[in-house]
Design a protein around this ligand. Structure first.
Ligand SMILES: [Zn+2]
Length: 371
């Protein structure tokens, strides 16, 4: 199948505009590059089995300023596709520390032939307002010899990370220590876990896409400074990809998105301003008291700030019929609750369960919850 710009646009709007939006690479780190000279994104020749993204020429006239642009590939930077299935574009989130989100301006080029075993490269390119070009790559492996999941994929729900030498006053089971997080990520890494994008998870839930047997998605709610200051460096050390669910009305949202932009952290919506009580049902969140219009306005506002619609975490896990309709209207790909179990094929992708990670529990109990 040959993909041109129009097909690409149609694809994106069909399975959710959000997927353009994720992905991760820092123009500073290995695997990403900047260009100071004119460059041209090439479009590949395709046969009927190929997926091709053709883009217009991109050129840069100004050297990329160090630290200016952070590109965040959604999902594992090495993407695995089962032979004969479709390549699901996970997307690439881009944060420019002066311009804000550039995600909607990302050009995607490359060719993935899922009818042939092999390694393929998908390249993401973006120009900022000062005509600086940032790029990063995703390597797509089309394989037929992997063990594929048959019994569910865990989306882990973390909250806070703390330093045992300086514990918070409200220390509880929603806090994991730096040591616990490090031990968990070291284990995931040693076991070769795969971190699917939200787009891949959506296709998995729809029953149209295989995921490796050892797949897991990590999510951290509330974007606390404990997570940002202590947790993100550990994610970067192990190159483990995670989603930070953030309420976007917070006063420091620009600081959070700029100062903590990372190739390994996807900032997604925890609503614009629905992270408080007042609904009188479920866990008491305000979500039950709001109309579909109000909910859609809130969700859209958060997505505009983040530049992404890949995922939404319900504050307190409260889901209403109106909120589901609002998510549909805004075009969010996946929404997660606090229901405690793994995600299975056929689940409701706008009310997906998560596996809660408890601070203070043993590594063995963590392993049992993930496997
Ligand atoms: Zn929360």
């Amino acid at each position: 199948m040959k993909w041109d710009n129009a097909t690409w646009s149609g694809f994106v709007s069909k399975i959710a505009a959000a997927m353009l939006l994720c992905c991760a690479c820092l123009a500073l780190v290995a695997g990403c590059s900047s260009a100071s000279e004119s460059s041209k994104a090439e479009s590949a020749v395709a046969n009927d089995d190929d997926v091709v993204f053709e883009v217009e020429d991109v050129s840069a006239t100004t050297p990329l300023e160090e630290g200016r642009v952070v590109m965040t590939l959604c999902g594992s930077h090495d993407t695995y596709v089962r032979l004969g299935e479709s390549y699901i574009e996970g997307g690439c989130l881009v944060r420019d520390r002066k311009d804000g989100s550039l995600t909607s301006s990302v050009h995607v080029t490359g060719e993935v032939d899922t009818s042939k075993v092999g390694d393929y490269t998908v390249t993401y390119s973006v120009l900022n307002s000062d005509n600086m070009l940032a790029e990063c790559d995703r390597v797509v492996h089309v394989v037929d010899n992997l063990e594929w999941d048959t019994d569910g994929v865990p989306v882990l729900m973390y909250h806070y990370v703390y330093d045992p030498a300086d514990p918070p006053d409200d220390l509880g089971t929603n806090h994991v220590s730096m040591g616990e997080l490090e031990e968990q990520l070291a284990w995931l890494t040693s076991e070769g876990f795969y971190y699917p994008s939200w787009a891949e998870l959506r296709a998995y839930v729809d029953g149209t896409h295989s995921l490796p047997a050892k797949s897991v998605i990590l999510s951290f709610d509330d974007a606390s400074y404990g997570f940002l200051d202590l947790g993100v460096p550990i994610l970067e050390k192990y190159q483990v990809n995670a989603t930070s669910f953030t309420e976007c009305s917070r006063d420091d949202i620009d600081r959070v998105l700029n100062d903590y932009a990372s190739p390994y952290v996807m900032f997604e919506s925890h609503s614009y301003a629905m992270h408080h009580g007042g609904g009188g049902q479920g866990h008491g969140g305000i979500i039950y008291a709001l109309s579909e219009d109000d909910l859609a306005d809130d969700l859209q506002r958060a997505c505009d700030i983040l530049g992404s619609k890949a995922a939404f975490a319900y504050p307190f896990g409260d889901v209403s019929d109106a909120s589901r309709a609002a998510i549909d209207r805004v075009g969010i790909l996946c929404a997660v609750t606090t229901e405690n179990r793994q995600v299975n094929v056929g689940d409701d992708y706008w009310a997906l369960p998560r596996v809660r990670v408890f601070g203070g529990n043993s590594l063995e109990s963590y392993q049992a919850s993930v496997l």
